[in-house]
Design a protein around this ligand. Sequence first.
Ligand code: UDP
Length: 241
Amino acid sequence: MSTPQYKRIVLKLSGEALAGEQGFGLSPEIIKSVAEQVKEVVELGVEVAVVVGGGNIWRGKVGSEMGMDRATADYMGMLATVMNSLALQDSLEKAGIETRVQTSIEMRQVAEPYIRRKAIRHLEKKRVVIFAAGTGNPYFSTDTTAALRAAEIEADVILMAKNNVDGVYSADPKMDKTAVKYDVLTFIEVIQQGLQVMDSTASTLCMDNDIALVVFSIMEKGNIKKAVLGETIGTVVRRNS
Ligand code: UDP
């Protein structure tokens, strides 16, 4: 049997990845497929925490461009991540996986509050922990949340699942035919070259805390398992080359 390369992972799912082709809302097929892929790695004995985005429902930046107060718009974005988290929880539980949703904004009727030590305990019991409501602070992203939570729970890696791309490219491969895919990068290269991986706050947090990142496509079934087994998929981003 193949041996997982990581003991504890943070899986970052963007909201868009849950929307599928339509680009907004939730795709039941995609959520089911993600749940099945997560189940595969849980069955390998890997501890899985998930950070879910909200861009398929609402982005704070869009609201502020419409003239809304930025912080209010960002809180709406954080609430969107809670909806996605509940949808994923439902799907995982239907697949027979025990889960807990922990939110950074308290809503006790809906989910547990985020308590680091409790999250670690759930993980040790092989429950999938879904971190909802981002960091709980406006002006941040769920990429930064993934970096922060990965540092807090001492995860071995962040697996960043993308729906529209299978790694990091020198330019947008859909717009530029000469774009090349990178196998390995450092966070400094990502920041200096302005590569579209994650925002700079998230990148520096990963860099400073030596958290590795694997960027890959979620659209190919079995990819989360491949990434966990250390197979070469997508792009690996590290502190040092
Ligand atoms: N957000 C926030 N603070 C956080 C995380 C998220 O204010 O710590 C808000 C922000 O408005 C963001 C929205 O929630 O636009 C959705 O998150 P994100 O854009 O990271 O989702 P994704 O792009 O991964 O779907």
